[in-house]
Design a protein around this ligand. Structure first.
Ligand SMILES: C[S@@+](CC[C@H](N)C(=O)[O-])C[C@H]1O[C@@H](n2cnc3c(N)ncnc32)[C@H](O)[C@@H]1O
Length: 535
């Protein structure tokens, strides 16, 4: 007899389901074929020890399946099994809501959610939906071994086309929808996504993954009063094709909370993805949703926590993870700098010795000489405002099309370029990779310039003289036009509020703010900035 722990082939797994009595169930043709194929292929596993393990909350069949079938081979159906602490967190959230009359586990796999939910809600009916025949056998065997046959229905088929009868009590939808990318989704189902979303007033994209299909299918199956929690990968929060899900959660699916598990903690043992648990209450229209980021699965607790972010604010944002990052510290009247301004590092010249010159040091037309901040100390020295451009070095920024220069200017430029070429400047990596090696391509002047690497907090300097900057500074570029007084209030706030600890510290104590990190700094929102200057 094969002992527990010795399920080493898929045949062993099928035979384990047989020894747990799966043949007494109404099997589909595909399941029956698997049973017939493997029945006589080896010894029957030891039912007693398997059954005991399942009754104790274990999943020996699912564990063996995940061991035997490689992650690559499980990918087409998105077969990643959920660790039990995650299931327990989601169930304790559900336990604080009205008792469900039914539990629906979409994409049930071996039935981890189903069995755990059966223990948590002993009176609820159980429905497991699964498309894969071998998973169907595992599900049925687990249901039998756990003594749940009277309460459970296993439906082998596609969750999207499931037919769930109406019941008078709430249904709890809980599970881990398959993460399958759009390349592996049939064209008809993509059409289904688009037309079903459209019937609800949403625009969906064919690039959406299967987990998004599952959310939409849930919105279709569910009725007011139903509720649920799904764990998925979190990418939908920020990508274009995720907009249909974001809208669904803001609307009829009734999103209540999202918990993102930090990428550094490994949510699933075999899938490199950031997990997000999304809870919803059909018909619920709270004015806000809770967003939370946790460092580890252990920190999930019973869910329910997180900063409240208004639906209006979520509706305006196409990148929810940004709101999530800041939700913890940002009061409602504050935003991230990135919502108001883009932050860009200055251009890289590739050879400052050639392209940066002291005023008067090169004989070139004024039109190609741009007063620029080329050293961080120029910004530290300037204090609050850069008011003098006289001492600033000039960056030589020639047009890509040199024929636009007048003949006299062209003569000066040609002479300069001949000299530059003697130092092989055209072959440097940066020069060789730009549109024209001679054209540095400075960014336009930013109204606020910031240093980003020093042993002191960054300087935020109002750029009164419209100086350009190279890559020793960042430029803050407002996304909408901001009046001089608002810019002043913004720079003032940044100067007083930014601490070194918010950047990244390098060996030797240097602190560096990458543009994206600077965009994450918290600032008062526009109305607060306005109020600050009106006083
Ligand atoms: C991420 S796994 C989750 C398994 C299990 N619920 C768990 O959490 O341990 C997703 C499951 O969905 C199943 N699946 C994939 N496409 C499906 C579909 N269209 N309809 C129903 N189930 C599907 C896969 O076979 C897989 O077992």
């Amino acid at each position: 007899m094969v002992r527990m722990g010795q399920l080493q082939t898929l045949g062993d797994v099928v035979r384990a389901t047989i020894s747990l009595g799966v043949e007494a169930e109404a099997l589909t043709d595909a399941e029956r074929a698997l049973v017939d194929e493997h029945r006589n292929g080896g010894e029957l596993p030891d039912t007693a020890s398997l059954g005991a393990k399942i009754l104790a909350g274990g999943d020996p069949l699912g564990d063996a399946y995940a061991e035997i079938v490689s992650a690559t081979d499980r990918r087409p159906l998105g077969q990643t099994y959920t660790p039990s602490p995650i299931i327990e967190s989601m169930l304790s959230w559900a336990a604080r809501r009205p008792n469900p009359g039914r539990i629906v586990d979409p994409g049930a796999g071996s039935g981890r959610y189903l069995l755990a939910a059966a223990r948590a809600f002993p009176d609820a009916d159980l429905v497991a939906l699964e498309i894969d025949a071998l998973s169907g056998l595992m599900l049925r065997a687990n249901v039998r071994a756990a003594g749940l046959s009277d309460r459970a229905t296993v439906v082998l088929g596609d969750y999207r086309s499931a037919n769930l009868a109406h019941i008078d009590a709430p249904t709890l939808y809980i599970g881990n929808p398959p993460y399958v990318r759009h390349h592996q989704i049939d064209a008809e189902w993509k059409e289904w996504l688009i037309s079903t979303a459209m019937a609800r007033g949403y625009r969906a994209s064919k690039l959406a993954g299967l987990h998004i299909h599952f959310f939409l299918a849930t919105a279709e199956h569910a009725r007011e009063g139903d509720y649920g929690a799904f764990i998925t990968s979190s990418e939908w929060m920020d990508v274009n094709y995720g907009s249909v899900l974001r809208e669904l959660l803001l609307g009829s699916l009734g999103g209540t909370e999202i918990h993102v598990i930090e990428p550094k903690s490994e949510t699933f043992t075999d899938a490199m993805t950031t997990g997000a648990i999304t809870c919803f209450q059909i018909g619920g229209a709270e004015p806000s949703m809770r967003l939370r980021r946790v460092e580890s699965v252990e920190a999930l607790g019973g869910l329910g926590l997180g900063a409240e972010v208004s639906r209006a604010r979520l509706a305006e944002s196409s990148r929810w993870s940004v709101l999530m990052r800041t939700a913890v510290q940002i009061p409602d009247d504050h935003i991230e700098l990135g919502e108001l301004c883009r932050v860009h590092r200055g251009s890289v010249t590739g050879a400052n010795a050639v392209w940066v010159a002291r005023p008067g040091a090169v004989e070139l037309p004024e039109s190609v000489l741009f007063p620029s901040v080329t050293k961080a100390r120029e910004l530290f020295k300037a204090g609050e405002r850069l008011t003098e451009e006289g001492d600033l070095r000039r960056v030589i920024d020639l047009p890509v099309d040199l024929d636009t220069l007048s003949p006299e200017d062209r003569k000066l430029v040609d002479r300069f370029l001949r000299a530059a070429k003697r130092s092989n400047v055209q072959d440097g990596y940066v020069a060789a990779n730009r549109r024209a090696w001679w054209s540095v391509g400075l960014r336009k002047a930013a109204p606020i310039l910031a240093t980003y690497m020093a042993r002191r907090p960054p300087a935020f300097v109002l750029n009164d003289v419209e100086a350009r900057h190279i890559n020793i500074a960042h430029g803050l570029y407002p996304r909408e036009e901001l009046s001089p007084v608002i810019l002043e209030a913004l720079a003032l706030h940044l100067r007083s509020a930014v601490e070194l600890s918010q950047g990244r510290t390098y060996a030797g104590g240097l602190t560096k703010f990458e543009p994206r990190e600077m965009e994450r700094l918290t600032i008062p929102d526009l109305s607060q900035l306005r109020a600050a200057v009106e006083v």
